[in-house]
Design a protein around this ligand. Sequence first.
Ligand code: G3H
Ligand code: 13P
Ligand code: ZN
Length: 330
Amino acid sequence: MVSYKELGLVNTKELFQKAVKGGYAIPAFNFNNMEQMQAIIQAAVETKSPVILQVSSGARKYANQTLLRYMAQGAVEYAKELGFNVPVVLHLDHGDTFELCKSCIDFGFSSVMIDGSHHSYEKNVELTKQVVEYAHAHGVTVEGELGVLAGVEDEVSAEHHTYTQPEEVEDFVKKTGVDSLAISIGTSHGANKFKPEQCTRNADGVLVPPPLRFDILEEIEKRIPGFPIVLHGASSVPQDQVAIINQYGGKMVDAIGIPEEQLRKAAASAVCKINIDSDGRLAMTASVRETLATKPAEFDPRKYLGPARDSLKDLYKHKITDVLGSANKA
Ligand code: G3H
Ligand code: 13P
Ligand code: ZN
């Protein structure tokens, strides 16, 4: 058993309080390998932003729980070495059982999500409460979820989303004691968030997806004023990256994300954590495909993973500075 405090990590409590007051959101970037971790920390240090290193259960299996613990500890030391001691959170993304959350807490995570959104309301409350009790006894913060996002949430996939019902949030927060709440207002996981037929075209012929349900968000904020809200499925699916992937042999069809101005608007509200995974996957894949296609004799992994890491860092710096507004908040 190791406490996150020994690893130099922080929980989300203070970060979220400041973010809600300051009208910005903390970036939660998913990671499972060294290059992603380096890119996230480089971007956070260069922009002086707090950052959440986020690990799904699939990522934990992929990377190994022990290695992840040392990588997170290494991330904190790496930030210091780069010249700025940014606050770093190690967070479990979409935990689905008490046992998984407990295991992550025992392995040094400073924050966990228990996603009981696929259960009945009563079961979600019961499971979330159980995780909160164990987590809080160890100083670890907990994210719960109400409402279901369309797309794949780790190994669970939902065909349609169910928007969060504002009339449930107050009771859920009170009964469970969660520190933050993920909601469903029209985002979804992955790179195909909308079907083209759900979108309209602007004057340049670019597909514009339906707007997020800010009316639901406002209703939620009214019922739990100042309470930290989390937005999942917040990748924007940059079309230039999709074009590079397809130019160099990829096949991404109808890839559509959330426009960045909508995320900027959300970040200025009680939304204080924004989850981004797919955009990082796109940036890395585009870069690797381009290098391998344009330099076919290259076989040193550093020669294609290095540029991919740089591209990732640029993407994260852009998100922090131009979308989430968390630059200089460390
Ligand atoms: O919410 C889903 C995240 O993008 C994690 O995806 O389960 O494939 O690691 P993953
Ligand atoms: P994206 O697939 O939109 O990046 O969402 C990631 C996410 O919500 C992780 O929990
Ligand atoms: Zn998610």
